[in-house]
Design a protein around this ligand. Sequence first.
Ligand SMILES: *[C@@H]1O[C@H](CO)[C@@H](O)[C@H](O)[C@H]1NC(C)=O
Length: 637
Amino acid sequence: MANDEYDMSIRQQLAELKLASDDLDAIVNAFGVVDTNRNGCIDKTEMGDLLEQVQIKLAKYQIRDLLEKADLDNNNTISPTEFAQVYSQLQSEKYASSFKSAIASKSNLKKSEISKASAEGTQHSYSDDECAAFTKWIIKNLKDDEDCKARLKGIESGQLFQKMKDGILLCKMINHSVPETIDERTINKKNLNIYKEQENVNLALNSASAIGCSIINIGVFDITEAKEHLILGLLWQVIRIGLFAKIDLKHNPGISALLEEGESLDDLMALSPEDLLLRWMNYHLANSAKYQAKTGGKKIKNFNADIKDSIAYACLLEQIQPVDEETNQYELMPPITATIEVKSNTDRAERMLEEADRMNCREFVTAKDIVKGNTKLNMAFVANLFNTHPALVARDIEEIEEEDREVKTFRNWMNSLGVSPRVNKFTRDLNDGLVLLQLYQQVAGPDCVDWSKVTQPPYKPPAQFKKRANCQYAIDLAKTLGFKIVNIDGNDIFNEQRKLTLAVVWQVMRAYTFKILERISEDGSKIKDQEIMDWVNQKLESSGKESRLVSFKDSSISSSLVVIDLIDAIVPGSINYEVVTPGVEEEDMRSNAKYAISMARKIGSRIYALPEDLVDRNAKMVLTIFACLMGRGMDQV
Ligand SMILES: *[C@@H]1O[C@H](CO)[C@@H](O)[C@H](O)[C@H]1NC(C)=O
């Protein structure tokens, strides 16, 4: 089978898993590497060989266990979907990074991509194409920022990673992707030394995590020591979150035009951002007479094989091009008819990109990236086209509710733990119980879930029975693990009962937050809310602070002063009291809360709560803030 065809067939088998495009790429890639005889499945010797070659230190029985668990249908071979499970499992475990980089370097050797030796002499590899694309995107978006100007100098000549080391560009990019995430005042900008740079990187990493980046394998030193592949991976997550942030009905009601027959808005918005983008492309292509004539109406199903000839791109650009108001002419002149008749793929791609340039959206891809079919970069190109030129007219639809804050925080938290598939839509993406089970593993250890009791997707119809059974197992297991689950059963999760699903997720998040404390408390015993309160007040008192914590929803929480004081008690001198306000007026409260959250992240607390949670005294989230800070405070002794 030709490479393309092979990849396509693996992709199709994985389609139902609705994986994030990154994960999908990684799995398709890894599968192709492992499946040396290209027969579409991995037999057990192939798997064993690979593990040995990539030097994962697993005992024979561990490999056997892994395979046993992976081979869900017991046919002695591993299918792509089964492999996807192994892969995500490996991802969540300790040896994930070595496994992944080994796969990457192995596949890169194969594809003769660039591979560079890292300081330790191990092979890590990254794509120069992606490095160049992200560098350009950073320049485009940060070039007017005074703090960035000096740092952007020379960045194009291969210095990206060196320039990221002090954390400032990272902070700025995170804040660009999700505005207001980082308080400007907390970034160290002057007289930098290693310690101050590390603080910036802490701020960046904990903020990245709060917007939903999975940073399980990345630590502060990976950034300060300029580990290329890790920085690039993080950057991509940050950029992708920014590109996807506005693909929703609130920002773009025009998305409603993409509804298909018999579909509800909820169904539509349950699509992954990748699928929505494909839907959008196909919508415009269906209206393009040229595209229909040229291709017979072929649908675009991916961001690699289907876009390589640039014909869909050229026709899409023509459909979404704006009219120049002065001349009343379309921007793309001469018409694209000539472009789609160009002979070679590369020349055609180049012509198309020149047209994109005229629309100021020549981003992320070069002609080479298109012809090679780099999924990541092509998807980013399309996402940016969508954000800048949606060319959609909204249907008459009911009032759209914005995703509420709590849901957003929980969603980001789950994604930051690397659940697969990524949670795009709450509650839809939780309604088969699998995400819940993965969350339990984060709290109670990887072995707490008996996967033999779980049906993995793709579900054979009728799917609802399998999904419902999974949900029931998830609820039963939650009770066994000691989560407080009252009057909730599997059906509630399957039926997407919002409040009840939130209640379960909250129980897990709470346990996750407290786990840090239990790890450091001497006897590993369960910590109670009151103990957190006592610890906080002792700390405040012994540091000579006057504020006290009365309860997690006491009216004084709104000023954030108690959080700010606690941070200064934990790291004396860290707070700049000149920027702290009395926190009485609404605006002052916001300012303090924003400062407090960013400062907490800067001193190393992984906090998911938002400034609004402090101002509005959301007791649950306030509890997590103090629990995280206590974890940070106890860690230092
Ligand atoms: C973050 O974004 C907000 C809104 O775009 C902006 O006002 C603020 O200055 C930015 N802060 C940083 C650290 O870039």
